[in-house]
Design a protein around this ligand. Structure first.
Ligand code: SF4
Length: 181
């Protein structure tokens, strides 16, 4: 029987964010090779899988919660993942997406789809999930186990967080990152 340790399963989702937090994850560069044998990416924009497997060890959410689709994905992540990380300022505070919170939806739609439209101004009605009234940080929708701020959090901070978790320790991300960094 093999005594090889089972890899830690990781799922990541990209909600209302710019993907910069996922790019920062990829900026681990050669350190990805180092941790690759220890983890298994079971769901992510960077892998081809359709469902978040139940019993996933670690979930990582990038982006704020701006629409019904974001909210449903956050709930699925919480239900599927044993430990949930809110990654980056958009997930932790709402950050850039929440700048629309000072306007009502009609003002946002008028600005985006009428005032600035050069052809066929109209509100989107199909193939787009309904917007929430206000953009929410992840923890206002689901419980979060660890906050990793930064815009984006630097690769060193992400590497530190993952290494500590893989070693069975609780990381303190504020040693390496902070809001707006
Ligand atoms: S925190 Fe910054 S880098 Fe990450 S998704 Fe938001 S805007 Fe992009």
């Amino acid at each position: 029987m093999s005594d090889k340790k089972k890899p830690v399963t990781i799922a990541t989702v990209w909600l209302d964010g710019c993907s910069g937090c996922h790019m920062s994850f990829l900026d681990l560069d050669e350190r990805l090779v180092e941790i690759a044998p220890l983890i298994e990416m079971v769901y992510s924009p960077v892998v081809d899988s359709k469902e978040i497997p139940k019993g996933t060890d670690v979930g990582i959410i990038e982006g704020a919660i701006s629409n019904e689709d974001d909210r449903a994905k956050a709930l699925k992540m919480r239900a599927a993942c044993g430990f949930l990380i809110s990654l980056g300022d958009c997930a932790v505070t709402g950050n850039v997406p929440s700048m629309r919170n000072v306007f009502d939806q009609k003002e946002c739609f008028d600005r985006s789809y009428h005032e600035n439209a050069q052809l066929q101004p109209m509100d989107p009605t199909v193939c787009v999930p309904p917007l929430l009234d206000k953009v929410l940080p992840v923890h206002q929708v689901v419980d979060v186990d660890l906050y990793v701020p930064g815009c984006p959090p630097p690769a060193d901070a992400i590497y530190y967080v993952l290494s500590e978790l893989l070693a069975g320790r609780q990381p303190d991300p504020l040693l390496l990152t902070r809001f707006g960094k």
